[in-house]
Design a protein around this ligand. Sequence first.
Ligand code: F6R
Length: 615
Amino acid sequence: MCGIVGYTGSGRAVDFVLAGLEKLEYRGYDSAGIAYLDGGELRIVRAVGRVDDLRKKIPAEAARAHCAIGHTRWATHGRPTEINAHPHCDNKGRFAVVHNGIIENYAKLRTELEHQGCRFVSETDTEVAAHLIAKMHETMKDFPRAVERAIAVIEGSFAFAVLSTEHPGAIVATRRGSPLVAGFGRGEMLVASDALPIVPTTPDVFYLQDDQVIEVQAERIEMGGKPVQPSERIRWTAEDAERGGYEHFMLKEIYEQSGALRKLASKLIADPGTAGDPGTFPAFHLNGAPLSKDYLRGVSRVVVVAQGTSYHAGMIARNMIERTARVPVQVEYGSDFRYRSPIIDPSVLVLGISQSGETADTLGAVRLAKERGCKTLAVLNVQGSTMARESDGVVLMHVGPEIGVASTKAFTGQIAALYVFAIHFGILRGTLSAPEARRRVDDLLQVSIRVDEALAQNDHIKQVALKYKDAEHALYLGRGTGFPLALEGALKLKEVSYIHAEGIDAAEMKHGPIALIDEKMPVFVLALQGRRYDKIVSNIQEVKARGGRVIAIASHDDRAIEARVDDVIRVHDDRGIVNSIVCAIPLQLIAYHIAVALGRDVDKPRNLAKSVTVE
Ligand code: F6R
C-alpha cells in the first residue's frame, strides 16, 4: 500500500526515484509525486494517475537534483487528487514527507497543530507529519532527532522518507509497521518500501526495524550518529523483476511456475530418500523453521492465519497437515482472529502465510499469537519482510519477486512449501511412514512437469475462456481441496476482469446458490477424480438440468465427462494433494485471458494494491 523511494548520491536523483516508483506501482497507483532540492529550494511535482503521468510533468531542471524522494499512492485518507498526492510539506516549504501507512491519531494532531498556526491544504493524515517534523526541528535543529520526536507522538503505522532544505543531500527515513529498506551503493544510497527499486543499483540492503530512524547521505547511512552496515544481500537480480518479453507480469508469473516449483523443491528438499528402502525418510532444508522435534511433537493444534489468496493456500494446507501429521488445523483470516480473543495457548503453533510478509492483518494475528506464548512459523516469499523477522521460524518459497497484483506463482509456491512442511511435520510426529513420505516427495518433484503440461494447453484454455468473457457473473464449484481452488479461481477472475464471481463448496449448492443458475451463468467446476468425484458429477448434472453452462477442470483420463459438460480443460491427475497446484494453472489463465479480452489493466487492477499494509 503506497510505495516510497528516496535517492541521494552522485547520480540523477529524480530519474532514480521515478524508475523506482515505476517498480513500486504495484503497491498503489492512483497518484504519484516527487520532491527534490534545486539550488536549495524545495520543488514538489505531483500528478493524479500513474508514475508515467508524473514523469510528463517533471521540468528539465530536475535533472540537476542529487537528492529526491517520491511516492506512488493507494488512497486511504482523502481522495486521489493532486492536492492529496504526496509529498506533503510544512507551511514554510522546508520539509517534504512521503508516507506509507495510516496515522491513527491524525485528527487530534491536526487540531493541535492548527491551534499552533499550521495551515493544512490536503485531506491527508500525512500532512500532519510534515508540520510536526518542522515544529520539532524549530527547537532542536537536528534532522533525525526532529523525526524521532515526531514519531514519538504519532500513533499508527508508517514508513516515512523526509527531505529538508535545511539539510541538503540528506534523507531521514523511519518506519513502524510499514516496511522500509535502505540500499548501499557506491557514492549513492537509496531507501524504498521494498528492494525492487534498490536491486538495479545494489544487492546490499538494510531492513529497518520499527522506530529505527536513519539518516541517509550519499556516502553513508547513520543511525543515532553511528554508521549502519548492510544486513542482507538480495539474491535475486533486477532481471528477475522485469517482464522479460511477456505482455504482462501476471502472464510471466503464471509461466514461471514450473521453474519456480523446481527451484523451491531443490531448496527445500535435501534428500528425497532411497526408493525401496522402507527405513529411509526424505530430508528437508527447513533451517528457517527452527522448531525442534520435541516442540513439533507436542503441538496440540495448528492455527493458520492469512488473507486473500494466502488464505486459500491455508485452506489447502489444512487438508495436507491433517492428513500427514494428524493434528487439527484451524484456518483463520488474521483480520478476524486478532480481534476475537482467540482460544490459543503455548501448545498451539500459529502458521502465518503471506507472499509479502507485510500484510497488516496477518502480521497483527502473528503478533497476538506471540503475545499469548505461541510459537509462530511464517511461510513467505519476501526474505527480509517484517513477518520473517518477527516469526520464530520461516519457510521461504523461493519463487522470486511477484509483481503482478494478482497472486499466481506465490499461491502455488505456498501450497508446495506447505506440503514440504506437512511431510516434515508428519515424519517428526511419527504419523507418516518412510514410503508414504517418499511418495509425497516424489509427487512434489513431478509437479513441475504437470504444471508444464497444463501451461502447454494455454491456447485451448484461452479459447474456452473467451467464450465466457461477456458473462456478468460466474460460479466456481469444488469439493474438498477443490473448494479453496474454487474460491481462488473466483478471486482471480473478479480481481483482474471485474466480473462478479463466487467460489462455492459444491455441497452447498442445494442450500441456496443453485437459485442463481440460469442459461447465462458459466459454472467452472473442479472435477478431478478423487473420493468426491461422483458427488461432483451430481452437482454438474444439477447445474445442467437448470440450463447452466459448465466448464470442467477434469482429469486427463476422464473420458465420460465430455458428454456432461460444455467445455473441458484437462490436467494430469496424479490423485494426490499436489493436484491443487496443477489445477491452479487453468484457473489463473482463464482469469488472465478474460481480463485481457475485456481490456483490463491486468497487472494493476482498479482499487487494488499488492501489499496490504493497512487494516
Ligand atoms: C489476490 C491477492 C491477495 C493477497 C492478500 C494477502 O490475488 O494477491 O488476496 O493474497 O492480500 O497478501 P500476502 O500474501 O502478501 O499476505
